[in-house]
Design a protein around this ligand. Structure first.
Ligand SMILES: NC(=O)c1ccc[n+]([C@@H]2O[C@H](COP(=O)([O-])OP(=O)(O)OC[C@H]3O[C@@H](n4cnc5c(N)ncnc54)[C@H](O)[C@@H]3O)[C@@H](O)[C@H]2O)c1
Length: 257
């Protein structure tokens, strides 16, 4: 059976790749795309970019079953509400969403649709989160630094992937203090240090460095292209259409939980 897919942010870096990926599969059909830019532009298969303000009407008319959203925090919060009202399942990749807005989204989704929400849809990063958890539990007392690098157009810092890494590390070690960048005088404490590099066209690098007496261990993931995220998001879309309502992580899709 074909799954009908709609994409919000269809003119964006991720949206365009996701649409290419959807067109590659016979069991998926692109039925709508939304953006605030390029309205009316063709997206393939006879679908054109719809104005984001027509989301509810076009979702209803197109019979979309899953909305994949890679936009902005404000747009995503609104899109999730509209899709959940219409019973359309969700795949949400937007990062930089505040804790309050995440709670609001979870309330909108609750009991009505299934949603996979992840700050990173790559298979490698989902394993990276597991590996750093194991390392953090084993390397007791080691200093921990999270270093991420992204392209110059990224809006949020630190990345959603780094923020999730910090959450995993804090839970594994019981450390609650996080220091973002360092400047001036003062010794390091027991904190988790976080550093964000923004430069050129770096797709996404994440390193967690554990350093103790006489040694250090670095666990590093580098995305070579956005294809890793697009493939994961489309895999999540196929999966989310077949599960009961609720909020899921990419680890659920990958069977890592
Ligand atoms: N979860 C992941 O694996 C992953 C991977 C890469 C990027 N991201 C995140 O996805 C988001 C998008 O990244 P990008 O690099 O594609 O950005 P981008 O700026 O290239 O694309 C975002 C698109 O959303 C559109 N948009 C804005 N408001 C909209 C609305 N109300 N409705 C529909 N479209 C709207 C913009 O016009 C733009 O075309 C960012 O938050 C980024 O951090 C997540």
């Amino acid at each position: 059976m074909t799954i009908k897919i709609a994409v919000a942010g269809s003119k964006g870096r991720m949206g365009q790749l996701i649409i290419e990926e959807v067109h590659r599969f016979e069991d998926l059909e692109l039925v709508a795309g939304f953006d605030i830019l390029g309205v009316g532009d063709p997206l393939g298969g006879g679908v054109i970019v719809s104005d984001a303000s027509d989301l509810a009407e076009v979702l209803r008319r197109s019979g979309a079953q899953v909305l994949i959203d890679f936009t902005t925090p404000a747009a995503t919060t609104e899109n999730v509400r509209v899709a959940a009202d219409l019973g359309v399942d969700l795949v949400v990749g937007t990062t930089g969403i505040s804790e309050d807005l995440k709670k609001e989204m979870a309330r909108d989704i609750d009991g009505r649709v299934a949603a996979v929400i992840s700050p990173n849809f790559s298979v490698g990063v989902n394993l990276f989160w597991k590996l750093i958890e194991v390392a953090a539990k084993s390397l007791e007392g080691y200093d921990i630094e999270v270093i991420e690098a992204h392209h110059r157009n990224k809006m949020d810092a630190p990345s959603g992937t780094a923020t999730e890494a910090v959450r995993v590390l804090a839970k594994a070690t019981g450390r609650s203090e996080v220091v973002y960048g360092r400047e001036g005088q003062g010794l390091r404490g027991d904190e988790i240090g976080v550093h964000a590099v923004r430069a050129g066209d770096i797709v996404g690098d994440h390193t967690v460095l554990f350093a103790g007496p006489g040694e250090r261990l670095e666990i590093k993931h580098q995305a070579h292209s956005r294809q890793a995220f697009a493939s994961g998001a489309v895999r999540a879309a196929r999966w989310v259409a077949s599960v009961p309502s609720g909020v899921y992580a990419m680890a659920d899709v990958l069977g890592q939980k």
